[in-house]
Design a protein around this ligand. Structure first.
Ligand code: GDP
Length: 372
């Protein structure tokens, strides 16, 4: 068999799912991302968090470590999870890769105090239009009590925080009043979703995932529910998206940003959705003044651990396999256009054909700009 033949669909050959975070402004998307990124995970403890460019990669060991309290012995079949770093970045939700959404799965953040808001509904509609799976993070659960208890200033009398704990464990520690308050809010929000034509349910009560969307109560401040969220994202993706997540040698790659970086010139930050990129690959990207044909000079990612994350220094890779966020340096990228595809020229490929395909992406970017 040819070396570059598309591998068989197989659960043992999956790429990492790509996840984005959506929702109304101020629901805590940024905070939740911080929390997921594990700024509160002890250094070295979980190990190997790599803050990527435009996207953060979590290796499976990291997820396993952070979800061990959930006692989910289920095997993680994907190598990790790639979370896009730009919540709320308008254009991001529109980014596509070869006609389908760049994200395999999304976290839809809803503020428990506010319920569904205009941008929640907008996000919801986008997700439905793109047929993207999502999980609802019912955020700010720790503040329920701050507002409703008589002890506004003292968290100890209200919602009891237990840092980064699974949600069921946290829930059991709450007083009856707090639980009642929570349940009342939850019921209202489930009703609001129903009004949008969606069935939702607390994830640990959800017996018909796929029909009914799961809600995970979270606190982006103290991390409760975040283990549940990580585990469900990974488990649900690997269970239901085997075909989509099957690793494939055909490169699928989208340019997120075009940036000038000191010492590197103009670089592009990309999300590699599938396939593998090599140093020295000939690539074509869509440019303002026509297709850009160039050669990958360097494939860069930030250093994994934070004390090494010195500004401006990157790890160099000979090759990188999907799914990953990568900074690419190459000549002639000055006029590259964010939101378009990156194409690798193979030995058998016709340069002109690929140029044409690359420039097609311009139309869809322009369409999006027109609409916004
Ligand atoms: P974004 O606009 O959706 O990205 O929201 P941010 O992450 O910027 O959060 C908005 C505000 O809500 C900030 O003041 C956060 O500190 C606060 N916030 C976010 N998550 C939580 C949470 O889980 N609990 C509480 N009490 N406050 C939160």
């Amino acid at each position: 068999k040819k070396e570059d033949a598309t591998p068989e669909k197989s659960e043992d050959n999956l790429r990492s799912p790509i996840c984005c975070i959506m929702g109304h402004v101020d629901t805590g998307k940024t905070k939740l991302l911080d929390c997921i990124q594990g700024t509160n995970v002890q250094e070295g403890e979980a190990g190997g968090i790599t803050q990527q460019i435009g996207a953060t990669y979590f290796p499976a060991e990291n997820i396993r470590e952070r979800t061990k309290e959930l006692k989910a012995d289920a095997k993680l079949k994907v190598p990790g999870l790639l979370v896009i770093d730009t919540p709320g970045h308008e254009s991001f939700t529109n980014l596509r890769s070869r006609g389908s959404s760049l994200c395999d799965i999304a976290i839809l953040v809803v503020d428990i105090m506010h319920g569904l808001e205009p941008q929640t509904i907008e996000s919801l509609n986008l997700l439905r239009m793109r047929n993207t799976e999502f999980i609802v993070a019912l955020n700010k659960c720790n503040s329920v009590v701050l507002i409703f208890s008589n002890f506004h200033l003292d968290r100890l009398y209200g919602w009891k925080n237990s840092r980064n704990a699974p949600i069921l464990k946290t829930m059991k520690q709450q007083s009856k009043d707090v639980q009642n308050e929570f349940n009342m809010r939850l019921t209202q929000i489930i009703t609001q979703f129903k009004e949008q034509g969606l069935n939702t349910e607390l994830y640990y009560k959800n017996r018909e995932m796929g029909e009914t969307y799961s809600i995970i109560p979270t606190s982006a401040i103290s991390g409760e529910g975040v283990p549940d969220l990580l585990l469900l994202l990974v488990q649900w993706s690997q269970k239901t998206m085997v075909e989509k997540l099957t690793y494939n040698n055909e490169v699928q790659c989208t340019v997120l940003e075009v940036k000038v970086v000191e010492g590197h010139g103009t670089t592009i930050d990309v999300v590699l959705v599938n396939g593998v990129l090599h140093e020295g690959d000939q690539i074509i990207v869509c440019g303002m003044q026509g297709p850009i044909v160039t050669t990958i000079r360097a494939l860069l990612t930030p250093h994994p651990m934070k004390e090494l994350r010195v500004k401006g220094t990157y790890l160099h890779h000979k090759q990188i396999k999907a799914a990953q966020g990568i900074k690419i340096t190459a000549q002639g990228l000055e006029h590259a256009i964010a939101g378009t595809g990156l194409y690798v020229v193979g030995p058998q490929d016709d340069l002109d054909d690929i140029k044409e395909v690359a420039m097609e992406d311009m139309k869809s970017v322009m369409n999006r700009i027109d609409k916004s």
